[in-house]
Design a protein around this ligand. Structure first.
Ligand SMILES: [Zn+2]
Length: 278
């Protein structure tokens, strides 16, 4: 059996499986304080012999498997979790543990089993509570020196909106995440009707970020997931803004192909976590 954990800010999905598409048991555990959360996770895996465990986690965290700090969360992105080492907390579950960012894991899941098949250079963007981006180069997660933090890139802020990122204020996440929409329009994003001008603004902000990603990574495909992207009408709005900003500089091909929905729906993350063991 292999194991998978999708470590999120509000909940963790844990599962055991024969392979990433053949899940034997799966459970959702609320992410509370580290002690109670790990207690529940360990008790879930207690009844199974896990040959390898894949973990896709929120960060920022140390991904260098040679480092003694492998799996260490290094910022207070979730209250009480700074300094927690995910790798050591889970060491009793399996002797083979593979950790990556939640978004690299999701990209990997889509690459193996979803909308990103055969896309060697694949980008997965989640737009929800925050904005996170996973990048595969040659089918492998791109880590770099620490790991990518594309959600925190700076983009134009034409109306000087006070963004909501706790670190930078008006970075991409600060201007275009779900909480940012709520702050800008005074109402939860999911309650905004399709015709509301908020969605045109959101599409512009997301398109600016995507054009930067296209410029930097020349991806075969960009998959957009996360709560905000459940608004399916956003996809075409984003595509037409990307088209406008790119201004036919080079051929991007079909934008419906380039910018697409996840093939695995909400399961990219947990399936992708298990793909880390492959
Ligand atoms: Zn930021």
């Amino acid at each position: 059996m292999i194991g998978g954990i999708e470590f999120g800010g509000t909940k963790c999905i844990v599962c055991v499986a024969k392979n990433p598409l053949d899940i034997f048991e799966i459970k959702e555990i609320p992410t509370s304080d580290p002690n109670s959360t790990f207690l529940e996770i360990l008790s879930f895996f207690n009844n199974f012999k896990i040959s390898s465990l894949g973990v896709g986690s929120f960060g920022p965290l140390v991904l260098d498997s040679e480092s003694t700090d492998y799996g260490l969360l290094v910022a207070e992105s979730k209250k009480g979790w700074n300094g927690v080492n995910i790798f050591s907390e889970l060491s009793s579950v399996s002797s083979n543990i593979f950790i990556d960012t939640d978004v690299n894991a999701a990209a990997l899941g889509e690459y193996h089993y979803g909308a990103g098949k055969l896309c060697e250079n694949l980008v997965y963007v989640t737009v929800g509570t925050g904005i996170g981006v996973g990048v595969l180069l040659g089918g492998k997660p791109h880590i770099g020196n620490f790991h990518l933090e594309i959600g925190h890139m700076l983009i134009p802020n034409s109306d000087n909106f006070r963004g909501i990122c706790a670190i930078h204020g008006n970075c991409w996440e600060g201007l275009a995440s779900g909480p940012s929409m709520q702050s800008r329009w005074g109402i939860e994003a999911t309650k905004l009707p399709e015709k509301h001008e908020a969605w045109q603004k959101e599409a512009e902000l997301l398109a600016i970020g995507l054009v930067n990603i296209i410029s930097n990574h020349s991806p075969d495909k960009i998959i957009l997931g996360g709560g905000i992207m459940n608004q399916k009408h956003l996809f075409n709005k984003i595509r037409s803004n990307v088209d406008k900003i790119w201004n036919q500089y080079t051929q991007l091909g079909s934008l419906s192909e380039l910018i697409s929905e996840p093939g695995l729906g909400k399961n990219s993350g947990i399936i992708g976590s298990m793909c880390l063991t492959l």
